[in-house]
Design a protein around this ligand. Sequence first.
Ligand SMILES: [Zn+2]
Length: 211
Amino acid sequence: MQQLIEGVHKFRTAEFGNYRKLFRKLSQEGQNPHTLFITCSDSRVLAELITQSKPGDLFVVKNIGNIVPTASARGDTNSTAAAIEFAVVNLHVSDIVICGHSQCGAIAAMLADHAVGDATPHLRDWLKVAAPVLETLKRAYGHLEDPHARETAAAQENVLYALDNLHSYPCVQERLGNGTLRLHGWFFRIATAELFAYDPETRQFSPLVNG
Ligand SMILES: [Zn+2]
C-alpha cells in the first residue's frame, strides 16, 4: 500500500500539472473514448501504456483471460457484456480491441487439467466460458507438442473466439451493419512488449508496427 500512496503523491506533485486541463475538460464535457479495449487483468498488460493513450481515450475492460461471453450469458459472466453494451450503445466507440497476451495464467489454467480447484468456483466457471477454445486447439493444433507454442496458439484462438462472440451482441451487429464499428484482435508479447494484430485475410497475427 505504501507504494500506492507514494505513487499518488508523485502523480499529484510531478505529473498532474501536465493533465490538469485535460481532466477538467473531461469532467466538464464527459468522456468520449474512441475505443473499447478488452484485455486481461494481468498486471503486465497496461492498455494505456502500450498504446500511449491518455485519460478519456480508452474504455477499458480487464477480466481474467480477456474472455468475451456470448450475448446470451447471464449471471456471473455478465459484467463484460454490460460493458460492451455501454461502450457500443452509449459511448458510441468506433473500435473494439480484444487484446490477449503471452504467459497468460488464464490460458495456462485452461490448458492444465484440474488447475482450478474448489476454492475458486467463480474462476472455474468463468474459464469454462472459453471452453470452445480448447476444442479448437484439439481440432486444429494437435500437431503442436511444445507447451509454449500450444499456449500461444490457445491465447490467440481465445482472442478470435472473443471476436466471434462480439458478433452475438445485437448492438454490435447493428453498428457493424451500418459500418460505424470496427473489431480488432491483438496479441501482446510481454517479453518484448510487441503487439501483433490479426489479419483476417492471411489468418495470421502480424506485427502491428515495424520496429
Ligand atoms: Zn492473462
